[in-house]
Design a protein around this ligand. Structure first.
Ligand code: SAM
Length: 245
């Protein structure tokens, strides 16, 4: 039925991310961004140097996500895992900017976003590549522009070199089951062994299709296992962290 309605009224059946944010309570929106002593204790360097700047960028990346990503990316570097990072779905660069803070020498960040193109999920605002770069640069002052590689396209049209491998991938683009499954399949081929792939909005009742798309991928692949399935303050959905064996 959903599919037939979508065919007949594609615009009316689009889901809006603005609406999604409106569904959060005031308290949970506060928790997503809060750096107050009452919520997190005395802010440490990750908060004062990084999150305090990236929380002004529009997006859904929370204070908890910031800690989770930073820990994994720093751990990879500490144990000698090196490689580029990839993100599908950057919006204005809130999550991208954090990933970029963890780039080590010789590593680049690769981004795929629809930007001004028409997407199945609708957004009140559409970023431009220039705005995305400016936001990454604002958080990562002095970052060499050549280290940010932007693909302005739908993820189904993303062309990656067959040899290209990433140590960390964040999947936060289209939210249909087919799109999530397809993005996971594409990314799985380009993830290093021991690398981490993160899926946003797992078990988010506002985006219910992400879960079957992800579960289908996991059912078919025994080379991936769930490293962590994490709630985040201020968010309805969880982020699922997958490790490639
Ligand atoms: C939820 S937002 C990303 C939020 C960002 N990661 C953050 O944490 O703030 C999703 C982004 O993916 C883009 N997008 C949606 N469907 C896409 C697709 N099929 N291919 C590429 N980008 C897509 C949207 O235009 C939007 O910029």
């Amino acid at each position: 039925m959903q599919r037939i309605l979508k065919k007949l009224f594609p615009e009316r059946m689009k889901k809006s991310f603005q609406g999604c944010e409106g569904k959060e309570s005031e308290q949970s929106v506060h928790l997503k961004d809060s750096i107050s002593f009452a919520d997190i204790g005395e802010p440490g360097p990750l908060i004062t140097d990084v999150f305090s700047r990236l929380r002004d960028i529009p997006g859904w990346f929370t204070v908890d996500d910031c800690g989770h990503f930073f820990l994994i990316l720093s751990y990879q570097s500490a144990v000698g895992i090196t490689g580029d990072m990839l993100e599908i779905g950057s919006y204005f660069g809130r999550s991208t900017a954090l990933m970029a803070t963890c780039l080590k020498q010789g590593e680049n960040i690769v981004v795929c976003d629809a930007f001004g193109l028409d997407t199945n999920d609708s957004y009140g605002k559409k970023p431009t590549p220039e705005e995305l770069i400016a936001n990454i640069e604002c958080v990562n002052q002095g970052i060499n522009r050549d280290r940010i590689v932007i693909h302005e396209c739908m993820s189904n049209d993303l062309q990656l070199d067959t040899e290209e491998r990433f140590r960390f991938i964040h999947i936060d683009g289209g939210h249909s089951a087919e799109q999530v499954y397809s993005d996971l399949n594409l990314c799985s081929k380009h993830l290093l062994a021991g690398g981490i792939m993160v899926v946003d909005d797992y078990h988010n009742d506002y985006w219910p299709d992400v879960t079957p798309g992800t579960d289908r991928f996991l059912d078919e692949r025994n080379t991936f296992r769930v490293l962590a399935d994490l709630n985040r303050h201020g968010s309805r959905g969880r982020k699922l962290y997958l490790i490639k064996q």
